[in-house]
Design a binder for this molecule. Sequence first.
Ligand code: SF4
Length: 405
Amino acid sequence: MSFERRQTKQIHVGKVPVGGGAPISIQSMTITKTADVEGTLQQIYALAAAGCDIVRCTCNEIEAAEGLAQIVPRSPVPIIADIHHQYKMALAALEAGVHGLRLNPGNIRKPEHIKAVAMEARDRNVPIRIGVNGGSLDPALYEKYGGLTAEAMVESALQEIAYFQEVDFDLIKISVKASNVPLMVEAYRQLSAVTDYPLHLGVTEAGPLPNGLIKATAGISTLLLEGIGDTIRYSLTADPVEEARAGRQLLESLGLRERKNVDLIACPSCGRAEIDVIEVANRAMRAFEDKKIPLQIAVMGCVVNGPGEAREADLGIAAGNKRGHLFVKGRNVAVVPESEMVEALVDWATFIHEHGAEAAIARVDTALAEREATKDRNALLEEKGDDANHSTEKIVEIRKTISGN
Ligand code: SF4
């Protein structure tokens, strides 16, 4: 299933296209001092490995700009310089060869400074993000609108666009981030109605995990599902690699980027579970973490319901009678000791990834595996019945209690 995306202009941040139907790109930001070239590059490599397409580094002092001059040629992904307050840092970052700039219109307000940067970026063919931030809005707009509103943030972006247009600069993308999710959603909706520049989505200062993850996902995914957004960043108080992973996971979950890693699904467990589902699922998660295997893999707590409920998965395992029952596309293929469930999943996933599901099914006796699964399923049903939580008996008891018998 796919949904319509809003048509936007396309710009390029280095080699990465943004907008105009390009795949939605994932961004993050380094938290090292940019002057620390080796430390910053290490973080950039880790971010790129985690699926990040574009990395932003702060350029807040001359040493940072000098660091960028060394970082840019060695980076595997395009680098954007983040600029607040000093427009001269933007000029220095352009000189360093960055692939993009982010300017905060709330912090650089003099029109001649804004236009000087735009002209230099225009001559070098480097895009600029107009990065409006609810926390640092131009005080004049704050006063005009009686506080922080979606309208005030949109007007801030439009003012900046007007300055850029005065000097014929249109390699623009825009963000209107706020830490308040409904406000941020409304600001992006309003902005997308009045401009077709590509939009960079984010909930600013979303906070530590897991709350930050939930807030950012709520805001970003609401907009993406409306077709709004061309590039995203999770602003988490965490290792930036978590931001890249979250971005990747969100886009893959929404079908907006091709799956690169395992999509691990697992049942929530219940009274019927034959294993510690949480522990096994977490172990499987770690085992697949660095493997680039784009399959959906299921960990299910019992063989009674597991294989049926996860029949759409490429591969899965369900527990029963101290054994793990492996199934491929819903067909039982093998039985392994419970202690080897995760290892078996990795082996089978690797085989399926290399040779396909049909080849995996063809190499085993599925009838034997099915008989074994049926045996364990029946044993469990006999032991716990169809009703693992004994609800029928409980309902009889409840009725007795209520009627006073
Ligand atoms: S019935 Fe089985 S598969 Fe479903 S939640 Fe319970 S343990 Fe998991």
